[in-house]
Design a protein around this ligand. Structure first.
Ligand SMILES: Nc1ncnc2c1ncn2[C@@H]1O[C@H](COP(=O)(O)OP(=O)(O)OP(=O)(O)O)[C@@H](O)[C@H]1O
Ligand SMILES: [Mg+2]
Length: 878
């Protein structure tokens, strides 16, 4: 577009827009934010505002749309929710005094992961992730700017799968990647399809210079060197974290005073739950509804503060793998569980304390409002009481809370002295700083207050002088103070009055005395508001100096909240402390599913689990549909996760050898993995398990092989169990299946055990007992379940017939009887697993002959002959 055809204003617009090519530019013009060109075309339909044109009559009419300035938040939020960024460009000089065009600058960029002023009060995290890979490592740095959290994780180069899991778990609102790294990103998107919906910012490659990023980090965190963070030798982590800081500074356009520490986590220190396990076990989200309701987090969350909520989420996302660290948390929970009174008191004090981390962030990033200070003082005032209460306990994790919490009394005292208890919502109205805090402010206020009194006196005086009893002195923003006289009394108005405005029923006037008074009032008011702003800024800046301590307080209050909440949970639901150690056992008695048991319609039946790395390594669980196989598998995994997170568990007793990773292959997640069949997804997930499990892993396999033909599926399932059992590392495995044929495995392999879920048949119906008991079952109750589900009777009857035929001829008899009958001879290869039909018939025949024998009448000789013949025939069949 040729520049000459543009007005100076549009030229200014384009110059600014050039700096923010990937954001929608909100260009302040008077009382509106205007958008032009492409931005207007994109935004108008999303914001549901009219797309018009500027300079309509010109050839190159410019598309534009606008929103009122006071509605910025609502409109910006709409765009952020769609993944756009919004650059807010303000007029930075007073239009009245500007020479030529008003100077404008972008004062902040709102992005989906950083716009904490858009906060709707939810406790959902706002996360920005920064990803970087070099030749040695891959790293993912993340911040939750509202909570002031900053951490970086590093994995071996090439381990994109772990990075993908990490991205899934963090669920960032936006991601930063280097501009030239599309390949890795595509691969990550393939691994975690949810990523395709996340907005991406590409940073120039020169930003990923290691030395420069070290400086960014040391400057931000005010430390001498990055060594103390454990980051030396982790170039990728340094760059990912440094670039993240750079990005945040560029969008917030202010120092990030709330980010005072960086947590560096090498991946191995946690129980690994990959994205598949996460989804399947519904740790944070219900698989079906994709909401929190029905998830593990939802079921066990008794926290009362947002800090606690975030921390609990974190504990469940990163269960520990070190028994000593787990015991430390469990000690804390146990202490709280044992003292009802103190626990209840602590929870009462914490309740409604608000979100200290977010207050700290707002204040640090200069978006704090007066009422945030009141809230801050309120939270801090609770600290002495909390310290007093926790001194009742004597266990390491709580002692740390006691010694770490700092009431920051000087800050509380300052806020109490300076800020009105019910301050105006913003600084333009005055009424924020308390009377008595600042002498000059008090003086200015006195002037405006007295002047008001004078206005009232003047009004009385004018009424008296003119004899117009209805005369009023009023104020509006356009004319300031004026005298209003109704039409009926106009004749009485003296000459000294100057007419200002005529209304239908009245006339408005001013006169010299009123004008002078008005000046005094307005000047004093203006000055006092200006002074209030200055005082407020000073208070904010003093608080900012304590950002690190506030962050620490917030973390410790969060921890106390989680410990007391976990204790409350344990007491209300009858959970026990698990015994956690380094062995490979998993012994649970009376275990329950933490989510299912909370369903008031379910009368939950507890079940035992006994596993270890040798004799009871693979449990094959059979049972009817709806029996509870899947529930049982998941409940074991969830109990392990809760125990390793440091929480009590839903059981009578639990002994847990720590797991390094939980693998799952559950149900069909085909809708998520677009372009792949259910069976393909199933096989990919199974391959991951076989290739990565260690002796410390726990594996849940729920009906693998179901997505293909019976024999294929059965063979694969068979081979998978055999492999898990036969070759090291022999991970603990729970295997739920409908293939009763697989129960034969227990006869062959020492470490495979059969369990079944008991049911009773009663008047042609099934009663589910949900009890997991040793041994195999050989009945399928699928047809009964079909009936309960409402399949028409005619179909049910026909299904019964078909089943009867099948049982006679093929599946059950064929495999179950034949194979398990000769079980010790089976070499588990596909060839001998399924004998051909001639052999089956021959065996049938032999059995038939045996049945026909009447022992009471047969002679010894006949018996000898018959035996001889049968032996010869069976010999041939081997
Ligand atoms: N231990 C239990 N006590 C009480 N109810 C249970 C128990 N376990 C499961 N249930 C109930 O049974 C229902 C079905 O359980 P689940 O899905 O685990 O069965 P399943 O054996 O895996 O069935 P399918 O073979 O169809 O996959 C659950 O929704 C739950 O309401
Ligand atoms: Mg199931």
């Amino acid at each position: 577009m040729p520049d000459r055809s543009l007005t100076p204003m549009l030229r200014q617009y384009l110059a600014i827009k050039k700096e923010y090519p990937d954001a929608i530019l909100f260009f302040r013009m008077g009382d509106f934010y205007e958008m032009f060109f492409e931005d207007a075309r994109t935004a108008a339909p999303l914001l549901e505002v009219v797309l018009t044109t500027r300079d309509k009559n010109k050839v190159n009419a410019v598309p534009m749309c606008g929103v009122p300035y006071h509605a910025l938040d609502g409109y910006a939020r709409k765009l952020l929710n769609r993944g756009y960024k919004v650059a807010v460009c303000e007029q930075v000089e007073d239009p009245a005094v500007a020479k030529g065009i008003v100077r404008r600058e972008v004062t902040r960029v709102l992005t989906p992961g950083t716009a904490l002023e858009m906060d709707t009060g939810d406790t959902e995290n706002r996360v920005v992730a920064s990803l970087f890979l070099d030749d040695v490592h891959g790293a993912l740095a993340t911040t939750d700017i509202a909570a002031g959290e900053f951490e970086v994780r590093s994995v071996d180069c090439g381990d994109l799968a772990s990075l993908a899991d990490e991205l899934y778990r963090k669920a960032p609102n936006e991601v930063i990647i280097p501009e030239n790294n599309e390949t890795d990103w595509r691969e990550l998107e393939r691994l975690v399809p949810e990523l395709t919906r996340i907005p991406i910012t590409r940073m120039a490659s020169h930003e990923y210079h290691q030395v420069e990023n070290e400086t960014r980090l040391t400057t931000q965190l005010q430390i001498e060197s990055i060594e103390g963070l454990g980051l030396s030798g982790f170039g990728a982590a340094i760059c990912a974290a440094g670039v993240l800081i750079k990005y945040l500074q560029s969008v917030r356009k202010t120092a990030l005073k709330n980010i005072t520490s960086l947590r560096f986590v090498p991946l191995a220190s946690h129980l690994i739950l990959d994205a598949v396990a996460y989804r399947n076990l519904e740790i944070l989200k219900n698989l079906r509804t994709q909401t929190n309701r029905g998830s593990l987090l939802w079921a066990v969350d008794f926290t009362v503060t947002p800090m606690g909520k975030r921390l609990l989420r974190n504990w469940l996302s990163y269960p520990l793998a070190d028994p000593a660290a787990i015991e430390r948390r469990l000690d804390g929970v146990e202490a709280c569980a044992g003292d009802l009174i103190t626990r209840t008191e602590i929870r009462r004090v914490l309740k409604d304390a608000g979100d200290l981390a977010r207050l700290n962030s707002r204040i640090s990033l200069n978006v704090g409002q007066p009422h945030h200070l009141i809230k801050l003082a309120d939270v801090l005032r609770r600290i002495p009481e909390l310290r007093e209460l926790v001194s009742a306990f004597n266990t390491a994790i709580i002692n740390d809370i006691h010694s770490g919490l700092d009431p920051l009394e000087p800050i509380v005292a300052m806020i109490d002295a300076a800020v009105d208890t019910d301050p105006a919502p913003n600084l333009n109205e005055g009424r924020v700083i308390r009377p008595g805090y600042h002498k000059e402010l008090d003086n200015l206020r006195a002037i405006s207050r007295d002047a008001r009194e004078l206005i009232a006196a003047l009004e009385r005086e004018e009424r008296r002088k003119t004899g117009i009893s209805s005369l009023k002195i009023k104020y509006n923003r356009v004319f300031g103070y004026f005298i209003e006289v109704t039409k009926t009394h106009l004749a009485l108005v003296p000459d000294t009055y100057t007419r200002k405005q005529t209304l239908v029923n009245a006339e408005r006037f001013v006169h010299a005395e009123l004008k002078e008074l008005e000046d005094r009032i307005l000047r004093a008011e203006e000055k006092s508001i200006q002074l209030e702003k200055e005082l407020f800024a000073k208070i904010i800046s003093r608080i900012q100096n304590h950002a690190a301590m506030l962050a620490r307080n917030s973390e410790l209050m969060g921890r106390l909240d989680v410990l007391t909440a976990a204790a409350e949970l344990a007491r209300r639901r009858n959970y026990v402390r698990p015994a956690v150690s380094d062995h490979c056992r998993l012994h649970i008695s009376g275990g329950r599913h933490p989510v299912v048991e909370t369903n008031p319609e379910v009368n939950f039946v507890p079940n035992d689990t006994k596993m270890n790395g040798s004799g009871e390594q693979v449990l094959v669980i059979t049972g009817p549909n709806m029996g509870g196989k899947s529930t049982y598998l998941r409940q074991n995994a969830l109990i392990v996760i809760m125990a390793q997170a440091g929480l009590f568990v839903p059981a009578e007793s639990a002994e847990i050898g720590v797991c390094d990773r939980i693998f799952t292959r559950i149900g069909a997640s085909d809708s998520l993995m677009e372009g792949k069949s259910t069976f393909m997804v199933e096989m990919i997930e199974t391959a991951v398990i076989l290739n990565n499990a260690t002796a410390r892993s726990l594996i849940l396999l729920d009906e693998i092989g179901r997505g293909t033909s019976t024999y294929d599926g059965l063979s694969i399932a068979w081979a998978v169990i055999e492999t898990l059992h036969e070759s090291p590392p022999r991970p603990r495995t729970l295997f739920a299946t409908h293939y009763h044929e697989l129960t034969a495995l227990a006869h062959i392999f020492d470490g495979v055990r059969n369990y079944h879920i008991a049911v009773r048949e009663w008047q042609d119906n099934v009663v589910f007992l949900h009890k997991v008991s040793p041994g195999a079952t050989d009945q399928s109750f699928g047809i009964h379940v079909a009936r309960i589900a409402g399949i028409p009777d005619t179909v049910i009857e026909r299904a019964k017939e078909v089943l009867l035929n099948l049982e006679k001829k093929e599946l059950n008899r064929l495999i179950t009887e034949r194979i398990s009958g000769r079980i010790k001879e089976i070499r588990p290869q596909a060839g001998s697993l399924f004998p051909d039909s001639a052999v089956i018939e021959a065996w049938d025949d032999i059995r038939g002959r045996l049945k026909e024998i009447d022992i009471s009448t047969i002679t010894p000789l006949q018996a000898m002959h018959l035996l001889n013949e049968l032996k010869a025939r069976s010999e041939k069949l081997k």
